[in-house]
Design a protein around this ligand. Structure first.
Ligand SMILES: [Zn+2]
Length: 261
């Protein structure tokens, strides 16, 4: 699944390809997208210019010069592929944005779960989202307040994008390892000191990954993870075996020895 650093890298790709360009045609090639963006909506973006491509959490917002916004979410397996209109469409293409200069951006997705919708404004496009995990203005006190209002163990709470936006399954587990916090500890029970460590851990894993996001998509990512995908391997900090548990239907990896409750 694309995590925040990969979505940010993808956003930059489409930003370079699309900003300042005028849309010649928007074509969708999958039944789910045909339902989510109507033929009239598709025609209505023809001739519109892309003014910006922004990201909030894992949501991408392609802003048009009439104020409207194309909202894209990759879900499990989406990505962009940039080429020219005369090229054959890439495998698993679900939508094509053709520009008047002959460039083309394809939304590709082997699972076909990505979403593409048109909205009157960015506010209409986005669900309620918490602050960005990487936003430097987010304080430990604010994060502690948000966690204090939640029931349940910390790991699933970190995946709730209303608490903090942008943390996915892999980096939530990694951040907890760096912070030496058990994924099973109740979110509302964390001390201020531990919340501070958690915020540091979130920023560390997201920015370290951001320095080379392509590595993850090339399948090399597991090598640099401390706990994710490492069940039974020794913890790099204490040497004990990494354990895998399932929380809220998602795999969680952690060190039961040095990630304390
Ligand atoms: Zn350990």
């Amino acid at each position: 699944m694309p995590e925040l650093p990969e979505v940010e890298a993808a956003r930059r790709v489409v930003e370079r390809a699309a900003v300042g360009r005028t849309i010649r045609a928007l074509t969708v090639t999958h039944p789910a997208l045909e339902r989510s963006i109507s033929p009239g909506e598709r025609r209505s973006v023809e001739g519109r210019r892309v003014t910006a491509v922004e990201r909030r959490g894992k949501h991408q917002l392609i802003r048009l010069d009439d104020g409207r916004v194309l909202h894209v979410h990759f879900r499990m397996a989406g990505d962009w592929s940039v080429g020219r209109r005369r090229d054959p469409a890439p495998r698993h293409t679900r939508a094509l944005l053709d520009f008047t200069n002959g460039d083309r951006v394809a939304l590709v997705d082997s699972r076909a779960l990505s979403t593409l919708t048109l909205h009157e404004s960015a506010a209409d496009a986005l669900p309620a989202l918490g602050p960005e995990a990487t936003d430097p203005s987010l304080t430990a006190a604010q994060l502690g307040d948000a966690l204090g209002r939640r029931r349940g163990p910390i790991k699933p709470v970190l995946l709730d994008q209303r608490v903090v936006a942008g943390l996915g399954n892999i980096y939530a587990a990694e951040a907890l390892w760096h912070a030496r916090i058990s994924p099973r500890v109740p979110a509302r029970s964390l001390s201020a000191q531990r919340v501070g460590r958690l915020l540091d851990g979130m920023r560390f894993v997201l920015t370290a990954a951001d320095s080379d996001p392509g590595r993850y998509s090339r399948g090399e990512g597991v090598e640099r993870f401390r706990v994710y995908g490492r069940e039974g391997e020794p913890c790099e900090r204490c040497g004990r075996a990494i354990r895998r548990i399932v929380q809220a239907g998602r795999s969680t990896f952690y060190c039961p020895h040095c990630q304390r409750r």
